[in-house]
Write a protein that binds this ligand. Structure first.
Ligand code: OVM
Length: 405
């Protein structure tokens, strides 16, 4: 095959802009359109190929040899465009460079390593829920009061951050997740804050800025043992601060939204609080807080009969794969009786979310505390969306609750 034949006539073409406000605010119609159009769809606007079916998204995520992350997992190709910050050693790297940082963080964030946090997080969740119900009454913004408040109370402490400047965390993550998309208005809106926010985050990654018993200190200790270099340590801390806050805030918001709109599922959770973990995974499947990531083809490769040229970017629609009717029965239903395992909301393969156990523990402790005290949970108004190029995110989630006896 010659190079000019890189785009066979068979690949359907779409001129849709997945990063346009309309699609970010309500991604399902475009997801449906792309899934129906074919296994691979050429997005003419960005000169990339889109995958929106579970089979192809799953296969691409699993095949890191063919679809590399080291050229960036956003639209920008790091081999031709300077990244907005030094690339992540975890997210934006490939084996063998990826291996050591991944191994170190996997140990630090493994379920046994998190056990010591459970009791504290349970207590904080119960205190937070009690305080919200006492101070805000039966109607409040669950995004602000719970989804945002809880991770911001427990996660920075677990990392070992000092008390000052924590209000920078969400804006920094918002910026990082916008940066995977095109340089649109969302990116431009924060351009004036890049230097300030990056400087704050980078300073927090230094050993002296971190307490002695958190995730951050453990990363530095791994460097002392020789499992990482001392140059790598601060960048691995940076990964925690980039990927660990906005994701859980909007993931918890997704779970709260799911329950506020599905009263039978809330009742089911109250009857069986042990469902909290699977409920969170089902919410991640149903809403897909991280909607998309890119990869870059290491070689000319065919996906379902469409040639992706070497160096070409593919855009994987995690949210679309998570609602693919070929993979899921009644995919648009938030359903605690289903087994959501196999969803790609945390990715899949060697880059699958290394912090997923942290996210699940946050969700489990918060949902359990809430279920103990709240009998009914419903929307008290339209939820507010916050637009981000990658994260399905929230601005407000007005709810009304009725308390348990
Ligand atoms: C990172 C990272 C990892 C996952 C997601 C992400 C901004 C960042 O290693 O910095 O999103």
């Amino acid at each position: 095959m010659t190079e000019t034949a890189a785009v066979p006539a068979s690949a359907p073409i779409s001129d849709a802009d997945p990063f346009a406000a309309q699609h970010l605010a309500e991604p399902e119609p475009l997801q449906r359109h792309l899934r129906a159009a074919g296994p691979v769809v050429r997005l003419s606007r960005y000169d990339v190929h889109a995958l929106a079916r579970h089979r192809e998204v799953h296969a691409a995520l699993a095949d890191w040899q063919t679809f590399r992350s080291g050229a960036g997992v956003g639209l920008a190709d790091f081999r031709h465009e300077k990244p907005w910050r030094p690339p992540s050693l975890l997210l934006e790297s490939d084996p063998p460079h990826h291996d050591a940082p991944r191994r170190v963080l996997r140990e630090i964030l493994s379920p046994p390593a998190l056990r010591r946090l459970r009791e504290t997080w349970q207590t904080v969740a119960e205190e937070l829920v009690d305080a919200v119900l006492a101070e805000r009454g039966q109607e409040f913004d669950a995004f602000d009061a719970l989804a945002k408040a809880f991770p911001l109370r427990v996660f920075p402490d677990a990392v070992g951050l000092g008390p000052d400047g924590r209000e920078h965390l969400l804006p920094y993550g918002n910026m990082a997740f916008n940066a995977f998309g095109p340089r649109n208005d969302l990116v431009r809106a924060d351009a004036h804050r890049v230097a300030e926010l990056s400087a704050w985050v980078n300073a927090r990654c230094a050993r002296e800025a971190l307490s002695e018993d958190g995730f951050g200190a453990r990363i530095w200790a791994a460097a002392d043992r020789g499992d990482l270099t001392h140059e790598q340590a601060p960048l691995v801390v940076r990964s925690l601060l980039t990927a660990g806050v906005d994701t859980t805030v909007h993931g918890l918001a997704a779970a709260l939204y799911a329950f506020a709109t599905h009263p039978d599922e809330w009742r089911r959770l109250r009857e069986r609080p042990a469902l909290a973990r699977v409920a969170f995974d089902e919410a991640v499947r149903w809403q897909s807080p991280v909607q998309t990531f890119f990869r870059t083809a290491t070689t000319d490769v065919d996906i379902a009969g469409t040639r992706i040229p070497e160096g070409g970017k593919i855009l994987m629609f995690l949210g679309a794969a998570n609602r693919d009717p070929e993979r899921w029965t009644d995919p648009d239903r938030f359903d605690l009786t289903r087994d959501p395992s196999g969803h790609v909301g945390f990715g899949m393969g060697i880059h699958q979310c290394v912090g997923q156990h942290v996210a699940r523990l946050e969700a489990e402790t918060l949902l359990t505390a809430l279920a103990r005290r709240v009998r009914c949970l419903e929307l008290a108004g339209d939820p507010g969306r916050h637009l981000n190029n990658t994260l399905r995110s929230w601005a407000s989630l007005p709810v009304r609750v009725r308390l348990a006896d």
